[in-house]
Design a protein around this ligand. Structure first.
Ligand code: SF4
Length: 90
């Protein structure tokens, strides 16, 4: 697994209008399969990367708003996101 060196820039320091949270995603240079593990495979590697991602909150919000059905987003699996939405609605 290859992860680029950080930090290059900080998301909070961005002042131009063209950058988005995706430009700061730590998963950008990691094989997508890491974040979309096959059934029965562990999401731990993805979650470990997410823990150190500065745009984790933005990523999770995006996934929750879109109802992303698969993969690890914002450090949570689809099951964990469903649970979070359930808890927020309660
Ligand atoms: S929090 Fe989102 S953007 Fe950051 S590494 Fe995880 S999946 Fe990628």
């Amino acid at each position: 697994m290859t992860v680029r060196a950080w930090p290059e820039r900080q998301y909070d320091d961005v002042t131009d209008d063209t950058s988005t949270w995706r430009d700061f995603a730590r998963c950008g240079e990691v094989h997508p399969e890491t974040f979309f593990p096959e059934q029965g495979c562990s999401p731990k590697a993805a979650k470990r990367i997410c823990r150190r991602c500065e745009v984790r909150a933005e990523c999770l919000e995006y996934a929750l708003q879109r109802g992303e059905p698969c993969g690890v987003w914002g450090g949570l699996t689809e099951r964990e996101r469903r649970r979070l939405l359930y808890d927020l609605a309660a």
